[in-house]
Write a protein that binds this ligand. Structure first.
Ligand SMILES: *Cc1c(COP(=O)(O)O)cnc(C)c1O
Length: 191
């Protein structure tokens, strides 16, 4: 079997996990949260976006994103990248959202022509969001994010641009504001 990991957890992090927790009302907790938010904004390359921290795995962050952006019956377009775009699609469908998928070939990048055709044919702008996986971990294939922002702009399509950086945040260059990404989904367990 080929799978990523094991993830190296630095000694300083292990030691921090051994310390006593601070009280809910302790002002040091506010300071810690503020420092985490500032650090995450720096990592995400954003000045003004809000940061929400969840005690969950990547699937939990996916779920939070779907629940907060889409109502059952609304439509999302998921660019086919491989295993993770398909898992995201299945989970999103289970939450009552209508999912449009573009086809993928394991190990190849997103079929941009298929994404463009799907957006172009959506003349009523029923697609609320475009979901894209930056690197599909199963094959290690990384997708070009700038192209899709440009595509949405060129077509004047108002869909929210949502990117999964679970595998890549901290490992590959990413800048939310520069790329014009509206919602970013990350997690701490991979890069
Ligand atoms: C692992 C992974 C997820 C899901 O994260 P879990 O913590 O396993 O639930 C989502 N997207 C990508 C790209 C991943 O690599």
């Amino acid at each position: 079997m080929h799978s990523p990991g094991p993830t190296h957890v630095p000694e300083a992090v292990q030691n921090a996990l051994r310390r006593q927790p601070v009280d809910l009302g302790d002002p040091r907790l506010d300071e810690t949260i503020a420092a985490c938010e500032a650090g995450l904004k720096h990592l995400l390359g954003t000045r003004d976006a809000d940061v929400f921290m969840y005690a969950a795995n990547g699937h939990g962050a996916w779920e939070a994103t779907v629940v907060n952006l889409l109502a059952p019956g609304q439509k999302v377009l998921i660019a086919g990248t491989g295993h993770f775009s398909e898992s995201w699609a299945i989970q999103t469908e289970a939450m009552g959202v209508t999912v449009l998928r573009t086809p993928y070939m394991e190990g190849l990048t997103i079929d941009m022509a298929a994404v463009e055709a799907a957006l172009r044919s959506d003349t009523q702008h029923e697609i609320v969001a475009l979901f894209v996986v930056h690197t599909d971990t199963a094959s290690g294939t990384t997708n070009e994010l700038q192209v899709l922002r440009r595509m949405l702009d060129d077509l004047s399509h108002p869909a929210l641009y949502v990117v999964d950086v679970v595998a890549t945040l901290g490992a590959l260059p990413f800048a939310m504001d520069t790329l014009g990404v509206n919602v970013v989904v990350g997690a701490s367990q991979k890069a």
